[in-house]
Design a protein around this ligand. Sequence first.
Ligand code: FES
Length: 289
Amino acid sequence: MTGGTPKPLVDVDMDRVVQTTTFRVFRYNGTGDPPTYKDYEVPTKRGMTVLDGLLWIKENLDGSLSYRASCRMGVCGSCAMMINGKPRLACQTQILDLQTSVVVVEPLKNYPVVKDLVPALDQLFEKHEAVKPYVMRPGEEDELENPSGEFEQSPEELDEFIQFTYCIKCGICLAACPTVASDPLFLGPQALAQAYRYVADTRDTAYAERCDLVDTAHGVWRCHYAGACTEACPKGVDPAFAIQLLKKKVFQHRVLGKKRKVARVAPKPTGVSRRPNVPEPPARTVKSD
Ligand code: FES
């Protein structure tokens, strides 16, 4: 451990400040008292994000402010919040791009609030889990431990679902969705887009089970295609499109009895020797509990 003053999380050089921004922040103490809004004046320089503003407030003005953040680069999804009425990632929202001197920051809509800007994301993860977000195959454990070859999946087959794998589970699409707002049981855009992602994946063999899983009153048919999820997604995923594709798959399964191709496992090539000077990989060890 080294001594000295810790480096501030957000270093604001006053010579480079171009405006003072009022952060109007939703405050809720988590005990049932009515929420309030509190204003903080934040010296703002070019390149500062809303998350930088919140970090600066916490370090310099009010250590009691609560919010979630981790990567500060649009990858972990934890800093999702309402910013001037729209669900966004705070770390990807430049304060000056908002073109206002007042930034209203609130927790994501359609979720209960734990404290201040921290939503309870249980419904997001429960719905995600409900659509079984993993490849299902008979004997998959043995296949994982003793792979006999590679899946034959063409680039065109991969294109069917690859963009939906970019979801970072920030929960923004559920906050944007008007149907989630009116029907808390609706599976919602995140889970349904993931359901499609596995329905379309030829490595998966649970096509029929997956179609039946979403073919319910609160499932795929509950989406009225408002498109708000797609507009809000910070990663450019298109959940609204995935849901329409999923409707088509469910119809094909249910009404037409159509099945989906399953990728073949190509046997390991024989007679291919290892290139010289390439070391053998270390032996795999399987941990037992
Ligand atoms: S802090 Fe990770 S996405 Fe914003």
